[in-house]
Design a protein around this ligand. Sequence first.
Ligand code: URA
Length: 209
Amino acid sequence: MENVTIMDHPLIQHKISRLRDKTTGTNEFRTLVSEIAMLMGFEALRDLPTELVEIETPIETTKQPMIAGKKMAIVPILRAGLGMVDGVLNLVPSAKIGHIGLYRDPETHEPHEYYCKLPEPIDQRTILVVDPMLATGGSGADAITMIKQHGGKNIKFMCIIAAPEGLERLHKEHPDVQIYVGALDRQLNENAYICPGLGDAGDRIFGTK
Ligand code: URA
């Protein structure tokens, strides 16, 4: 699929396997989510724009590449996406952070934005949307639609585990968005959990279960 990258790095795979283990506790889980986000972010941000900047080394003056333009925006989808922010911030400490929260009307299944705060000017930033689990693809696709409505243009989406159904939907609704997936799992179950998955990412990150 064009614009879709499935990570096949052994370090990422190993850490995701640790996440899947139900005996992995909150502390280790949180650390792993952050580390995976950093490793994936390294790849997802490889096309950040650079510009040549004059630098004086102890030897001579030279022009060397530095990150150009407005600071990028990291946008976690609440709540589990918050767990991935620190890892990306390790790479880009000056990044701005937006937040997006959605809930689905249980009757109509229509998405409702209950919170959206994005760094301006959003149209001039590389935007990295993060959510550990891409299950049905509903909230990811809706979050990106909302970011586009606010003017976002250069959008990337990063998740740790995806279900085939969610990946297909997100790609179909937003073919312009580059999607980075840590591991592509088998399927969703009847409760929209990813199988084999890792359970509820938000509960495991925040220790709410
Ligand atoms: N969200 C989760 O946290 N886990 C799943 O398996 C699916 C959605």
